[in-house]
Ligand binder design. Structure first.
Ligand code: LGS
Length: 482
């Protein structure tokens, strides 16, 4: 149900030659996540997730919005895949809803749930698109939260069981698997500041959650590899992190120390155990008043640092921080709850005074370049993908079109930064725009639109935005034209 035909999607007989050319085998994709697009939250035996509970709690989500109807993708996935095919993308990053597979988070899988993803994957493959599932994009079965959630070690084991079930069903058709999406958000927004589900405000539990998420990643990655080996497949397994460049507001010692602390808490807390099998010493010292890290058991770090085939980076903006609270407090920035500084409460986000997106996030594509080159320097040999990048703006459909020039400018600048990083030697193999569709933006509900395709939630009509037409041209040309 698209309001534009293929003919209008920028296909020409001869593709224009790009001025900024990406490698031939570069993966061009779009990304979504189950809870944000599927709807049908009570259908076919799906169990409740922590996000269903959170949405049902008054005051937690803007406007009282819930996971229904979202984009009704559960019923309209064929149209959405056709849309991707028309756009010409090569890969589709989506997530699998754990509560559709195991409504209680454990035990026998639900066939109807597996069937849905089976059909989706076949449909994606038939369209000539490579399916890139993420096993966990925040929709934890509520039953597992009732047993303690991610701060409970057992959740990591349950996650590995779930990964085995999904791989056993879909592993014959899928190469690229990501375990978790942005464990920082699950741990710190979910358990420290509580702006995301399950809405707990327990800093010590957030640190345990971060560890158990990573343990779950390692256990799941090992399980997938082993099943793949037995079946003669060669799965590539990775994880997606929201890494970003953290800049000191000034060159003062206090601001530089603030940047070091937030860098440890946002970035290195995940990448150091993942790649090097250890937690950063400075992080352990910074949070020593909150946790002694007694939840780290013998052998955990070995599991967490199981070899990775790839790492996904979700990049939106760099951040600026100060060790002096007087520098914080801008009305334009999101609330402090979006950057909980566990153990470093004297640190604040600072408004750099740059143009911002509808989320209030500063626009600075140099942060993309800095984030990617830094990862390549710190972890040589790690294959990277940009698994999300995009921006929300206040889009309007006028005469069947959305002229979202700001989003085009944002994507253009960030793709140029990605290209520059590749030129500088970063082993970066692909880029996924966030998002294919406008969707449920977590605690902000449906008000914030990140899609390159507009969704009218009442009629469920999709309208390809100018940015979608632009991205389609980029994808077809293999680079940026003009
Ligand atoms: O929709 C989410 C997008 C939108 O922006 C997606 O589900 C997530 O994977 C991802 O977290 N997403 C996202 N992240 C940007 C977070 C930036 C926080 C910046 C704070 C500014 C000072």
């Amino acid at each position: 149900m698209t309001s534009q035909s293929t003919a209008s999607l920028g296909q020409t007989e001869e593709e224009p030659k790009p001025d900024i050319h990406f490698p031939e085998d570069f993966v061009w994709g779009v990304a979504t996540a189950s809870f944000q697009i599927e709807g049908a939250t009570t259908e076919d035996g799906r169990g409740p997730s922590i996000w269903d509970t959170f949405c049902a709690t008054p005051g937690k989500v803007e406007n009282g919005d819930t996971g229904d109807p979202a984009c009704d993708h559960y019923h309209r996935y064929r149209d959405d895949v056709a849309l991707m095919r028309d756009l010409g993308v090569g890969a589709y990053r989506f997530s699998i809803a754990w509560p559709r597979i195991q409504p209680e988070g454990k035990g026998k899988p639900l066939e109807a749930g597996l069937d849905f993803y089976d059909r989706l994957v076949d449909c994606v493959l038939e369209a000539g698109i490579d399916p890139w599932p993420t096993l966990y994009h925040w929709d934890l079965p509520q039953a597992l939260e009732d047993e303690g959630g991610w701060p409970n070690r057992d959740t990591a084991k349950r996650f590995a069981d779930y990964a085995e079930i999904v791989y056993s069903r879909l592993g014959d058709r899928i190469t690229h698997w990501n375990t978790l999406n942005e464990p920082w958000c699950s741990a710190f927004l979910g358990y420290a500041s509580g702006v995301h589900a399950p809405g707990r405000r327990e800093p010590a539990a957030a640190l345990a959650a971060a560890h158990h998420l990573m343990l779950g990643h390692g256990l799941a990655a090992n399980a997938i590899r082993e099943l793949g080996r037995q079946a003669g497949h060669a799965p590539k397994v990775g994880i997606v992190h929201n890494q970003t460049t953290v800049r000191p507001y000034t060159d003062s010692e206090a601001d530089r120390d603030a940047a070091r602390r937030i860098d440890a808490l946002r970035n290195r807390i995940f990448t150091e155990p993942l790649v090097k099998g250890r937690y950063p010493e400075d992080l352990l010292a910074d949070v020593s008043g909150i946790s002694d890290y007694g939840f780290v058991k013998d052998g955990d770090l070995e599991i967490i640092s199981t070899p990775l085939d790839m790492m996904g980076v979700n990049f939106y903006n760099p951040s600026w921080v100060s060790g002096n609270r007087e520098n914080g407090g801008s009305d334009r920035l999101p609330s402090e709850d979006y950057s909980p500084s566990v153990g470093s409460e004297h640190v604040v986000d600072v408004d750099p005074g740059l143009p911002v997106t509808a989320m209030g996030w500063p626009i600075d594509a140099s942060g993309m370049y800095d984030t990617l080159t830094r990862l390549a320097n710190d972890y040589p040999g790690l294959t990277l993908y940009v698994t999300e990048n995009g921006a929300a703006f206040d889009d309007k459909v006028v005469d069947g079109a959305v002229h979202d020039t700001e989003r085009i400018a944002y994507l253009d600048a960030h793709l140029r930064a990605v290209h520059a990083a590749i030129e500088a030697g970063v082993p970066l193999k692909g880029y996924f725009a966030w998002s294919l569709l406008d969707n449920f933006e977590w605690a902000l509900g449906y008000g914030k639109r990140f899609g390159i395709v507009h969704v009218d939630y009442e009629s469920q009509v999709r309208t390809v935005k100018d940015s979608g037409l632009w991205y389609s041209r980029v994808v077809r040309a293999g680079g940026i034209v003009g």
